[in-house]
Design a protein. Sequence first.
Lengths: 364, 297, 409
Amino acid sequence: MSANTWLATGNFFTTYKQEQRTFLTSLDRTFFTFFLVILFGWPLIFELGNKNMLVIDNILIAIVAVMGLNLVTGFAGLISIGHAAFVGIGAYTLASFSRTLGDSHVLITHFWPVMIILSGVMGAVFGAIVGLPALRLKHLYLAIATLSFQMIFEWTIQFFTFFNQGQTIYIGRVAWLTGQVGRKDHYLFWYFIILTIVVLLGFGIRNIMKTRYGRSLVAVRDNDRAADAMGMNPGLTKVYAFALAGFFAGVAGALHAYVYRGVGFESFTLHESIGYLAMAIVGGLGTLNGSFWGPVAIKFLDLQVESLAEISGQYLPSGMNIATALKPLTFGLVIVLFLMFEPRGIANWWRITKSYTKLWPFRY
Amino acid sequence: MSYFFQIVVSGIVVGSIYALAALGMVLIYKSSKVLNIAHGQIIAAGAFITYFLTVTVGVPIFFSFIASMIITFFLAMSVERIFLRRLIGEPIISVIMVTIGLGSILDGLIYLTPFGSENFSFPVFLPQEPLSLGGVSISWTQLVGVIITFVLIGGFSYFFKKSTVGISMRAVSDDQFGSMSVGISVPKVFGLAWATAGLSAAAAGCIIGNITGLNFDTLHAFGIVVFPVIILGGLDSILGAVVAGIIMGLIQQFAAGYLDGNFGLKGTGDVMPYVILLIILWFKPHGLFGIHEIERV
Amino acid sequence: MRSKKSLFLNALLVLVVMFAFTAQAYAGGKVYKIGMSLAITGPTSDAGNPYSKGTEDYFKFVNDTKILGNDTIDCTIRDDQYKTDVTKRNFEEYLEDGIVMYLNYSTGSTLGLKRDFDEEKIAVLPASYHAGNLDGSNYIFLPIASYSDQLVILAEYVAKNNKSGKAKVALFVHPSAFGRGPVADVEKAVAAGLNIELVEVVEHGKNLDNTAMLKRLMSKGVQYVISQTIQSPVATMIKDAQRLQLSASSFGEAGKFTFLGAHYTGGNDLIALAGKAAENYFWTTGFNITSVKGAGTEAQLALAKKYGRDQKAADSHNYAAGIMVAQVVTEVIKRAKAADLDVNRANLYKMLNQMNGGNAYKPYSTSGPVSYSKTDRAGVDLLQIYSVQNGVFKKVGEPMQSEYMQKIK
């Protein structure tokens, strides 16, 4: 179907199918393709060091996790204070294989795409289990169910020797067509993999939100009684939202395990859960592009504050306390200020910019 | 038998301290339906203020205890005024997230002081010898803690039942629009709820700080430790918090006293509350004393 | 987003200033880069904070007093808030900066990055004395003998000094790998003939009242409680014991508990938390502490004074621990230079491995010489036992090495 060239000047859809297209205009598609080419191409031209690649990988993993969180908290309106635990479920699924089969078993090193999906599925299963109280519970009580899941997860990991009591469980290096991915290319390799996954999952969310399965989430968030009257089952929809979020988290967990080549419980604590929530909020709840903005903004801020703290630490006499206090202080301030002044997050700025440039310079 | 009674007494003592720590959260939830994640930080702040006044400034500990309650009273009130007032009417998740951000800000502020990463303990002001009754012993610190807990909780209950302000707080928790229409200032009530919560948090902080010593990690963890208590109690009931606190204290002590060391179990005292929490959520989600909202579609 | 922009501008400005400074300061001589990542905020920051100060001050001292001649050490210290992810990021960045040695902190991150250390062939000194750090790794060097050594030494001390019959001992451990790790080694030592009876291993939580536990242990006849955790839970426990009038007034008093503990349970922090209840608490570590005066502690206090640290930091054993790792780093660089070797990872690693026998290094901060070899990668093998007398830690006997640890290895 040829793209609608008149779209910029108004809504000219004649069928629902037209409205549901992924790219509304050919300009959109060109832009997006161009953007993807840049995303995939730049590391081949500019060589960043391992540290920066690690930071970028980390952001991308956070994006995967936050996309999931955005589904359950943003689209379905259910607060999850245990998202890191779901990420942990994914990571520990992989770790369990590593524990039973050895860290460089062929299943882990060669069939890693299968393992990633499997981890996602495990995340989904646990998501559904934790979401089960949603059949009876509402609002805050559900949030607390996720919080207690977080606590029980942390305790379980630290208690059982099978999980190495929370100590690092190693994951071997993966193999690619060209052989084993060595230390030098490790982060670059995973950049491409995670980026691919982000793109796939991003399209996944975008498409799911156009189907009844996605719309039911929003319907239940906005008014679950009305949704019930329309023939949806609010309880089951919530369970399904948790499962979906669990899947994303599980995938993120497996990726985390692969990139860091090990699983330790420190990466899946309540603190991390709160971090994910902060990312989702700063990015913009209930938007897809918010899931990208949030992690980028928070991690970037983190790095900036860190270097600022370091510099001030060098020049202030014994000023370590002042310097290190900056980090929690700015993190908290950013969350609070966003909620107070821009509750729709960075996604809203994006929307404003987009609508501004769309008609520029011929505004009406 | 004295072992059994000792465990019962310890359970009640620990439980009432839990109740006091939980009280602040219940107060805030009761009036504004907000779960305050930053409660642990306020508990820690209360304890540190008392220490600062007692040791650095040199105020007698009794007065600094009172003074720290007053300071946190206004601290929490201004927190509400600055950060939360704007969010009245916003979705609950935003407000919870604000308290999370608030916790982080308080973390940062406490790290600015030596309290963030050093250890302290209150000067000794109570007799060191324990009170002993038929083989059951209880320390003065604990006894005073329990008394303060019950005085405060009793005071708050009375306040809610009888005083005009207390009744207006209950009215707001029941129906915001309704109470606005009869002339109750909802923002004022919220401010007051936060302030009283801050006051009780300071008291809890001082008592816990006396028992564990002043370590920031340990103190602010109590904001999370009391979650099972408030869920069991039903989130919005003061009586519930007391009963649930004591039940949790007893469970913890009995788990530590009878389960640990037998059957190859270890550290059950810490996880039992959460296991019970999950069971409660499954079978009695609104807690022992919580209000069961009935909705009809 | 104006605030962020101005933040960025500020950062840029400071950066420029810093460059101007560093360019001046480091003119002439070589600069050796060291990286350090530890928890200055977040969990365990009560230990990490003075630790970082110790390292920072000692390297400053090295540069100011020209211990390495015209060469200087540039040590970047970063806060990782006890998060392994951040530690890894810091480590990767340090690698790009071209560090020659790396100083790490927590048990979790040391284990998590173990493989990276081996792949990068870089010597690492962590602040975690977990014996498991050494398993399957050649590049991790514990500054002092492991927690296992510490617990076994305490158990040996109990076995030797217990008056009547077989001593009944309970272990009080942190509910994590850090706490549980050494338990197996103590059990092995008992199996190898150490004359104590291990009655129970208790994992503590955030308990406000340990009455139940203490009474239970008492009823089982336990007389000694050896802790492997952090200070705060120990403080709560010994306060409870004091309240129940169950704490011994001298070592091994019958019908009472004598409390003992490993490196991270003790120090001035414990006294600060527990007050009078800390009296008669036995603690082992490999560092000198300022309450036992000596040439080493004088030097430590002078260093703290020189760089304007407060008394609390100056007296902290973690400050000494921070100095110690910096001293070891300085020493190996010095030795590499003396041997006319390039100061690089491989040579420093070699120098560390040669640090034994007559070559052992005796820094002022430790209770014994630091010795490393291909097979022994724990630095100070001689551990000193201290006990609290009148509110300060005092020496008990001379530094000693664990017998049974060698037997069970």
